[in-house]
Ligand binder design. Sequence first.
Ligand code: PLP
Length: 370
Amino acid sequence: MSRIDYLCPSLNLLQVVYNFNAGPSILPREVNEEASRAILDFNGTGLSILEIGHRTALFQEVVDEAMATVRELMRLDADHEVLFLHGGASTQFFQVPMNLLSEGATAAYLDCGVWGKKAIKEAKLFGNVDVVASSKDRNYTYIPKGFAIPAGAAYFHYTTNNTIEGTQMHAIPGTDVPLVADMSSDILSRVMDFNRFDLIYAGAQKNIGAAGVNLVVVRRDVLGKAARPLPSMMDYREHISAGSLLNTPPVFAIYVCMLTLRWLKQQGGIPAIEKINDRKAALLYDTLDSLPVFRPTVAKEDRSKMNVVFVMDDPDLEKAFLAACKANGMVGVKGHRSVGGFRVSLYNAMPLASVKVLTELMNDFAHTKA
Ligand SMILES: Cc1ncc(COP(=O)(O)O)c(C=O)c1O
């Protein structure tokens, strides 16, 4: 019997939900369990994690482990600093140029989607922006190739994975100018030479942990060169000197990051999770390619392994497939309003088994309803 017509009662009883949300998104079950225990009693202290001071030894241990695990997972060298900051990735859109771009100087940016465009808009408040290439002409469905990065640029900024459009840059661009990347939606998902970057930022709410905190990795040498006074909270150097505790940090969000990072380490780190991520993405794209009723929107060579975007040409079938997903406990599959169709997010915590369930549903749907 097909999955569409038959909803297993035990699934219903257990309320199995397959969370394909783009972010905030799925976290490992073990992390959620441990975090919920810590809300009632953090490490046997009788205190909730929500009640402990950020200057206590208890929390210092959490921050220390989170930072050390980032360092270890990303294999960072001693020149790079790890920070947990407030304000989401959107704050980095302006904090980066505030720190790295002097008035009158020029930064190079790649325009590959909604988030990159927002970063460009903010950078223009602080200096000149040279958009070296754009994929706007085809609704951001590909990554531009062969673009030149001017040697005199203060830095080159790009988004490694375009969460909304479902494109991903698979190689690090070759350049001698400082490299800055928004890795919000694919950080820690694949092996990369992270030391090639002068500054990396990522909102935590996809692959790092809970919403409310940003991971920033910055090479010390790149700081202190922009000629402008900075408010302390915007100055990376102040955060570095304060060990990322310049003011009250989002304690619980950092705690969940620490647990998620610890979980990733237990899985075998980035090389091990990358293998699973590759299998999940291959399974879903192969299914899409084999079923003409679904149409992936992105150029094959630029497909994201984190956010899989596809449409169906018949709006009634789109509605029916969305309803079939809902009936089978699959949430977060509706595409972003600017693209339409569907977007399935396959972040680190998404088990391969859940992707199998989705592809079974797709097969059933294509063969029985389309
Ligand atoms: C690639 C990318 N950059 C930036 C952002 C903005 O993040 P935040 O909401 O944390 O500001 C997002 C959010 O999804 C994103 O996917």
